[in-house]
Design a protein around this ligand. Structure first.
Ligand SMILES: NC(=O)c1ccc[n+]([C@@H]2O[C@H](COP(=O)([O-])OP(=O)(O)OC[C@H]3O[C@@H](n4cnc5c(N)ncnc54)[C@H](O)[C@@H]3O)[C@@H](O)[C@H]2O)c1
Length: 374
């Protein structure tokens, strides 16, 4: 198969959808890999690194026109809409339920679009979202520790303390992928960590793997209000699949916090779980509300593209290999997780939630994509 890797042109996006190591796996299997010149620069992979493993370094026109399967990281931006075309399979983060212009552009073009974020296993795991949650969680603890420093507007507290001086307190709301990873790093820094979780099963699991190293508390409005006043860092990491994040922390609760405390709202990409949150960027990551520093960067993994690119491609490569090996029709017939990733085929929406979000017709995947029998 002819597999293209496009350079990301969205602002502040430095990741690339395939590493040279991934390109080598594909060329070894006899596929043609085309990499747009400069695509890997932001992740410290120069063009030569791809050329050395048998990929062809090409122009933006060539990568879009010659590929059968095009790999990206972010959704196409408006300048790229004219490049969408029939006969191309696009594999990337799409998030089209919240993007009507892109949905229409995909439908009008006749392209087939497979979204990383809706690839979902039978046990409801999201294997292509998980690596980014792991990174965002770990960064959240780092950001909390960093912005506690006095010159940055923080309380002036070392999260880990030192012998004879008590450590800071970190409160994590939501103990999923983000929350667990935030807790691991906060524990590593020496902080005293509490996770507030709503799922009793998840708490049992966290208790097994973290036993004794964190306090696990059932999440409720009252519990959040009681715990927040004593916290130095609060990390918001809740998710209700398919819905906006619930506003669990009110403005009144923020007023009760210590001056110079830090809140990190990782759930900001779903609207945020603090009433006082608004999205920020890496170039201007924090703002102050009632003396409390707010860090609300919506694309946290973008700060560490070398790690993010490798983590993302570790997760996507098996799916890329399956599509390249069998063609999309047979690959989705073999793997229901991948089938759930298909959002648009041939001018039709094949993902129910996207159709509902835009009040458009839904077509079942089996009806529009000829699935090969396995
Ligand atoms: N800002 C970023 O760059 C970035 C990066 C990755 C993920 N995220 C976001 O982080 C959030 C968390 O993602 P995740 O992968 O950890 O999701 P997840 O599904 O693994 O975990 C979410 C957890 O929140 C818990 N929860 C739900 N309601 C709760 C409540 N009221 N109180 C306490 N816990 C509650 C759930 O039981 C679940 O364990 C999502 O909004 C995700 O989109 C943001």
């Amino acid at each position: 198969m002819k597999i293209g890797v496009a350079k990301e042109i969205k602002s502040d996006e430095y990741r690339v959808a395939l590493t040279p190591a991934g390109a080598l796996e594909l060329t070894r299997r006899g596929h043609d890999v085309f990499v747009e010149s400069g695509a890997g620069d932001g992740s410290a992979f120069p063009d030569d690194a791809y050329a050395n493993v048998g990929a062809r370094v090409v122009s933006v026109e060539q990568v879009w026109s010659e590929s059968e399967l095009l790999l990206k990281v972010k959704e196409p931006v408006s300048e790229e809409y004219e490049r969408l075309r029939e006969g191309l399979v696009l594999f990337t983060y799409l998030h089209i339920a919240a993007d009507e212009p892109l949905t229409r552009a995909l439908l009008d073009s006749g392209i087939t679009a497979v979204a990383y974020e809706t690839v979902e296993t039978d046990d409801r795991r999201l294997p292509l979202l998980a690596p980014m949650s792991e990174i965002a969680g770990r960064l959240a603890a780092q950001a909390g520790a960093y912005f506690l420093e006095k010159p940055l507007g923080g309380r002036g507290l070392l999260l880990g303390g030192v012998p004879g001086v008590a450590p800071g307190r970190v409160m994590v709301i939501g103990g999923g992928a983000v929350g667990y990873n935030a807790a691991i790093i906060a524990i590593g820094l020496g902080a005293q960590v509490t996770i507030l979780e709503r799922s009793i099963d998840r708490m049992r699991y966290l208790d097994e793997i973290l036993s004794g190293r964190v306090s696990l508390v059932m999440s409720s409005s009252l519990q959040i209000a009681e715990s927040i006043a004593g916290a130095d860092v609060v990390i918001g990491a809740v998710l209700i699949p398919g819905a906006l994040a619930p506003k669990l922390v009110t403005r009144e609760m923020i007023r009760e916090m210590k001056p110079g405390a830090v809140v990190v709202d990782v759930a900001i990409d779903q609207g945020g779980c603090f009433e006082t949150s608004k999205p920020t960027t890496h170039s201007d990551p924090v703002y102050d509300v009632d003396g409390v520093t707010h860090y609300c960067v919506a694309n946290m993994p973008g700060a560490v593209p070398i790690t993010s690119t490798k983590a993302l491609t570790n997760a996507t490569l098996p799916y890329v290999e399956a599509i390249a090996e069998h063609g999309l029709g047979e690959a989705v017939a073999r793997d229901r997780a991948l089938a759930r990733g298909v959002n648009v085929v041939d001018g039709k929406i094949t993902y129910q939630a996207v159709a509902e979000a835009h009040d458009l017709d839904y077509a079942s995947l089996e009806d529009v994509l000829p699935l090969a029998a396995v």
